[in-house]
Design a protein around this ligand. Structure first.
Ligand SMILES: NC(=O)c1ccc[n+]([C@@H]2O[C@H](COP(=O)([O-])OP(=O)(O)OC[C@H]3O[C@@H](n4cnc5c(N)ncnc54)[C@H](OP(=O)(O)O)[C@@H]3O)[C@@H](O)[C@H]2O)c1
Length: 305
């Protein structure tokens, strides 16, 4: 049990990338918890109401800014929810991807080391090559695109450091928040079908889609417990992307005849995608008390927001 559970002082948690899907879900969760002092950071001040917590501008690629904000706010835990996440953009802009997804993590690690901060770093199923399904934490990474390579590099920086750390790898995150900067599979399928558009969806890529609220909950538990090591955190339903689309259509009572299955080889995209991933989540269940919603429950939660 972490000392913060017993201590009377609120635990000081700093979130990077607070305008993103995970970041916003972390704000919603943590601003409801009185025993947390929330330090919200992002490249730009958010357009939505923050609620409890203090806000600081922080571009994690700026080493001096990282050090200044950490020194000033004195967090006990940093949850790194910031990343360049568009996989094709990462393939087209190697420098930008490395800067945000590798070098910036080095800056966070250095400041965490100086100020004795526990780092919860978020990574991805794209560190794997897609030849194995339902991977546990002992599976060996072998990324097939530049985004995956950079996230794997960032993991090694964290793992080989002298700080207190954990890495939460996750899979195909979906959800809805007040100010969405980018879409996700569920919102894209829903919107396309609502607009009566035909869509082609891959039937040979398999994932365990993750509700953003569930991921935020796991990050919070990892922060609270000062969890150590790598954790696989995802939903519990193993579905092809085509099956995901069909389930979205069913749930929202939309026309699933608009959805055509196709194969990855029919798509010309800058970045290769791993075919099969999906996670075994036993370790997160045991050590973080993680219990994700089913995909249908996740859709219900999303639809009620
Ligand atoms: N979404 C998925 O399906 C998925 C799957 C596996 C793993 N993950 C991992 O989960 C984590 C959270 O991703 P997400 O889904 O919340 O992605 P997201 O919605 O794209 O959020 C990422 C946030 O990071 C911010 N950011 C980028 N560069 C930054 C910088 N230099 N300084 C500060 N903030 C910066 C982005 O701001 P701007 O938009 O203004 O650049 C954005 O708000 C990431 O580590 C990602 O690799 C995501």
């Amino acid at each position: 049990m972490g000392t913060s559970i017993l201590s009377q002082q609120p635990v000081r948690i700093l979130i990077t990338g607070s305008n993103g899907l995970l970041g916003q879900n972390l704000i919603s969760l943590l601003s409801e918890i009185e025993s947390v002092h929330l330090i919200v950071t992002a490249k730009h001040r958010p357009s939505f109401e923050l609620g409890r917590g203090e806000f600081h501008v922080l571009d994690i690629t700026q080493k001096n800014q990282v050090e200044q904000v950490v020194a000033k706010t004195m967090p006990e835990v940093i949850i790194n929810a910031a990343a360049m996440t568009q996989v094709d953009q990462c393939e087209l802009d190697h420098d930008g991807c490395k800067c945000a997804n590798v070098d910036a993590v080095e800056h966070l690690v250095q400041s965490a080391s100086v100020h004795n901060v526990h780092l919860v770093h978020v990574s991805t199923d794209f560190v794997f090559d897609g030849t194995q399904e339902l991977l546990d934490e002992s599976a060996v990474p072998n990324p097939v695109n530049y985004y995956g390579k950079c996230k794997w590099e960032s993991e090694k920086i964290v793992r080989d450091s002298n700080i207190s750390w954990c890495i939460i790898r996750t899979v195909l995150v979906y959800g809805v928040t007040a100010a969405m900067s980018r879409s996700n599979i569920v919102l894209w399928v829903k919107k396309s079908l609502e607009e009566g558009r035909n869509i082609k969806v891959v039937s040979d890529q398999w994932r365990t889609p993750t509700l953003a609220e569930d991921l935020a909950g796991a990050c919070y538990q990892a922060a609270l417990r000062r969890a150590s090591g790598i954790f696989h955190v995802s939903g519990k339903d193993y579905l092809s992307v085509y099956q995901i689309a069909l389930r979205v259509a069913d749930f929202f009572k939309l026309d699933k005849t608009l959805i055509t299955p196709t194969e990855s080889s029919n798509f010309v995209q800058p970045a290769r995608r791993p075919l099969k991933t999906g996670f075994k989540i036993d370790k997160a269940r045991k050590e973080l008390g993680f219990e994700p919603h089913s995909f249908e429950e996740g859709l219900r939660i999303l639809s009620e927001k």
